[in-house]
Design a protein around this ligand. Structure first.
Ligand code: RET
Length: 246
């Protein structure tokens, strides 16, 4: 891929992300009004998440354009600040639609907000180191591994919460929870893989530039699926719960 094509590909995905975040914000804001009070909060959080992401993608896009035109360093920190704010909210919205007992709900939210902060902060330290070869002792690998421990703890807790909730649900809702479980793994799992790409590009027969491009495209697609996409599933669950007594 030429440098110009690579630049354009990332540019187009970032532009798509701005559109997806902005459009889904309007959707979530209008859709929440049709829900009963008790089901509304999760969808409100989706709206907050995509608004935060909309802002950050505007900044990310600007930073990419500056990088492409003046060679100024691309500011990856926007992504990490975005995740620092949105991942705890995404965790909270999932826990809210599980409708667990209040004590378990509050424990799960508090614990996972902490795990999310720790996952992103340690990942950021690793992200700031740039390597283009596999080195198990490199700071990127070590911080990435520490971050992954928190990642596994979050997934374990959320899956445990879904399991505790799913038995009490109607068949329709059970089906969506199953989809949500797959979406959670399939989208959140992209982030650590994208993080690794610059380091393993050489082993995959790719150039360092390919590694960086795939990382940016990977993070961007994952963000579109994990924020608006996931928010739509949460909205669907809230809508179905709205019509049932459970
Ligand atoms: C990092 C560093 C390397 C190890 C792991 C990571 C995980 C990141 C995740 C981010 C999720 C972000 C979401 C954003 C949506 O708004 C930090 C890349 C495990 C899971 C869901």
């Amino acid at each position: 891929m030429s440098a110009a094509d690579a630049y354009q590909l990332v540019y187009n995905f970032m532009s798509l992300a701005i559109a997806a975040m902005g459009a889904s914000f309007f959707f979530f804001v209008s859709a929440r009004g049709a829900l009963k009070e008790g089901n509304r909060m999760a969808v409100t959080l989706s709206a907050v998440v995509v608004l935060i992401a909309f802002y950050h993608y505007v900044r990310i896009f600007d930073s990419w354009v500056a990088f492409g035109t003046t060679g100024a360093p691309f500011n990856e920190a926007y992504r990490y600040v975005d995740w620092l704010l949105t991942v705890p909210l995404l965790v909270a919205e999932l826990v809210l639609v599980l409708k667990l007992d209040k004590k378990l709900e509050s424990t799960l939210i508090k614990r996972n907000v902490f795990y999310a902060f720790a996952m992103i902060a340690t990942g950021y330290v690793g992200e700031m180191t740039n390597i283009t070869t596999v080195d198990l002792a490199s700071p990127r690998t070590i911080w990435g591994a520490i971050s992954s421990v928190f990642f596994v703890l979050i997934l374990r807790d959320l899956f445990g919460g879904i399991d505790a909730s799913i038995k009490k649900q109607s068949k329709d809702i059970q089906g969506i929870f199953k989809i949500l479980r797959v979406v959670l793994i399939a989208t959140w799992g992209v982030y650590p893989i994208a993080y690794l790409l610059p380091a393993i590009s050489g082993n995959l027969g790719l150039t360092a530039q390919d590694g960086l491009v795939l990382k940016q495209v990977g993070y961007t697609i994952a963000d579109i699926l994990a924020k608006p996409g996931y928010g739509l599933l949460i909205w669907k669950i809230a809508t179905l719960k709205n019509g049932s007594s459970k």
